[in-house]
Design a binder for this molecule. Structure first.
Ligand SMILES: Nc1ncnc2c1ncn2[C@@H]1O[C@H](COP(=O)(O)OP(=O)(O)O)[C@@H](O)[C@H]1O
Ligand SMILES: [Mg+2]
Length: 355
């Protein structure tokens, strides 16, 4: 059987996070890319769908979701393997997987949890490991490391695990924010994604509500000075050597890139972004430097702000498992850089194998 020589890719998607549907769309794109003629000779795919309860489904059902035969939300709990059993992967066959490709976003997917679990299988993983994933997910630690490197960032304050029900603590925070930062400010949970839990605060009277909203997602909170910005993104792939893609810009109709504008409107992506070549070069350098600092490799998307009034760049964040749908920035950046989606997925596997 030629299959003996083929690499079997374990594609994991879905997941408990609020980015469940995006993950399914991303996985559909990647599944098709591995099954394209040019990749069929080299790869087979086994799919692993994790439903919204966190239960893993076997590869037959998972594949049906990817080819659109079953709708994810119609899956009944009885049909799946339940994590209440001690061995929650019971019935999930993963012995024949050669390389894991986790395409989960957010909680339990992008924060290093799945990478920790997969490490027990002793198989290579597309993307970075536990440390890079955890750091890329945690805005406070990510910014602390960027500060150490003196990378350009917006001014920010950190509030960790404080009791917001205490009047004194509350007033102290509000005073500190008003004193140290210029309005508007962005209040963010340290661990989140898709702009969930983030508020743009225009004056002192709105701070408390924003802190409470962020705290519902994470008691560790970041408050940043808000600027008028263009949003610029750069893809990274590689292992010991990291390569930057061309740079793209995303424009939206709303005031800022909130949850609704991320998923429900017609955003305009421009690749390459129309920016000065000197700034482009600097963005690529910072993208590589920041990934190195956080031990992020394999693939990632590094997001920047370009202040409209000054043309100054600020690093915003790194996404260790960026969206991979047909309309996502990451595959589009690589297409413009000379790797179409089929070549890109194959390249990511090669990188994980050290080829
Ligand atoms: N300091 C800031 N200045 C201007 N806009 C900001 C700032 N921080 C966040 N935003 C807006 O909020 C969006 C989401 O913030 P971000 O930190 O990237 O969170 P997420 O990890 O959920 O994507 C950004 O893409 C941008 O539109
Ligand atoms: Mg973002």
């Amino acid at each position: 059987m030629i299959g003996g020589k083929k690499k079997c890719i374990g594609l994991i998607f879905g997941g408990e996070s609020n980015e469940h549907e995006v993950s399914i769309s991303s996985a559909k794109t990647v599944f098709q890319a591995f099954n394209a003629q040019i990749n069929k000779e080299r790869f087979t795919v086994e799919a692993f769908y994790i439903n919204k309860y966190g239960d893993w489904l076997d590869s037959d059902i998972s594949e049906k979701i990817l080819i659109g035969e079953i709708e994810n939300n119609k899956t009944k709990k009885q049909e799946i393997f339940n994590q209440e059993k001690i061995n929650f992967l019971e019935g999930i066959e993963f012995q024949n997987i050669d390389v894991w490709f986790p395409l989960l976003h957010g909680f339990n997917g992008e924060d290093g949890s799945i990478h920790g679990l997969l490490r027990f299988t002793k198989k290579p993983i597309v993307g970075c490991g536990i440390l890079g994933s955890a750091l890329g997910m945690d805005k406070i630690l990510m910014k602390t490391i960027f500060s150490n490197l003196k990378l350009p960032q917006v001014n920010y304050l950190v509030f960790q695990n404080e009791d917001l029900n205490d009047e004194e603590v509350k007033n102290k925070f509000i005073n500190e924010i008003s004193k140290e930062l210029n309005f508007p400010v962005f209040v963010k949970p340290s661990n989140s994604g898709s702009s969930l839990g983030i508020s743009k605060v225009r004056n002192e009277s709105e701070i408390l509500q924003a802190l409470e909203k962020a705290r519902e997602i994470d008691p560790r909170i970041l408050v940043e000075e808000g600027l008028e910005v263009r949003e610029i993104e750069c893809g990274i792939i590689g292992n010991t050597k990291l390569f930057p893609s061309v740079i793209g810009e995303v424009k939206y109709e709303s005031d800022w890139y909130d949850y609704d504008s991320k998923y429900h409107s017609n955003n305009k992506i421009t690749i390459p972004a129309k920016i000065d070549s000197k700034i482009t070069k600097e963005i690529k350098e910072i993208a590589i430097q920041s990934c190195r600092a956080l031990n992020i490799f394999g693939f990632a998307r590094v997001d920047f702000f370009l202040e409209k009034s000054s043309d100054k760049i600020f690093i915003n964040e790194i996404n260790t498992i960026p969206g991979f749908t047909k309309n996502s920035m990451f595959p589009m950046l690589w297409k413009a850089s000379g790797l179409n989606i089929e070549q890109l997925v194959a390249k990511l596997v090669d990188i994980s194998l050290g080829l």
